[in-house]
Design a protein around this ligand. Sequence first.
Ligand SMILES: Nc1ncnc2c1ncn2[C@@H]1O[C@H](COP(=O)(O)OP(=O)(O)O)[C@@H](O)[C@H]1O
Ligand SMILES: [Mg+2]
Length: 227
Amino acid sequence: MLELSDIKKSYLQPNGENVPILDIPAYRMDTGEQAVLIGPSGCGKTTLLHIIAGITRPDQGQVKLDGIDLTQYSEAGRDRIRADKLGYVFQTFNLLPAFSALENILLGMSFAKKKLAHDRAKYLLDRVGLSHRSGNKPQAMSVGEQQRVAVARALANRPAVLLADEPTANVDPNNQSQIVDLIRETCEEDNISLLMVTHSMEVAEQFQRIDQLESINLVVSQARANA
Ligand SMILES: Nc1ncnc2c1ncn2[C@@H]1O[C@H](COP(=O)(O)OP(=O)(O)O)[C@@H](O)[C@H]1O
Ligand SMILES: [Mg+2]
């Protein structure tokens, strides 16, 4: 379960101006719920995902993951909670080039028992249809295959919440729905809440819940109202 309240974030621009980006009074997702987040480029989608993941600290407000308020923790504490509760699929995959597909998934894990981690990594690799590529390094895989490894890595720890930031933006159109279906099905299997940013209306329309950042973010609606 994910619960945000009174989130504000502004960024200091190079010219010294402090520009408000987010002002979100409330936002929540239930356990296992799936939603897409849409909005024009630059409206703060990635900033919001970074705040939910504890990568970026909001200027104020609370971010609760399974009841734990991330904003109360130091950077090291947030890293620990993220490793435990959160999966993140980046637009550009961020796979480690020196490691194989299987190793990249294993690196996403914090299991104490090596054997369990290995079994889970192999299961996920199979689940994303890449058992036959387990020894390949990223440069020896297609872009779609790399993104599938990134999905498996993000799911490695069975997170409470999976965040995916335009996960199909760099994948060719023929493979986009495959990636989206894969993310949705694997989240469903483990009752993981899914929040996916997309530019594609085709992707968005597959979801029952479509959240427009502009309608939950007062910064944008105020800017509109003043325009
Ligand atoms: N580290 C930063 N410093 C200053 N401004 C930033 C920083 N990160 C993002 N921004 C600004 O915040 C706004 C929202 O960015 P972002 O969240 O990446 O938008 P989106 O993902 O919706 O395209 C943009 O105007 C961007 O220029
Ligand atoms: Mg973005």
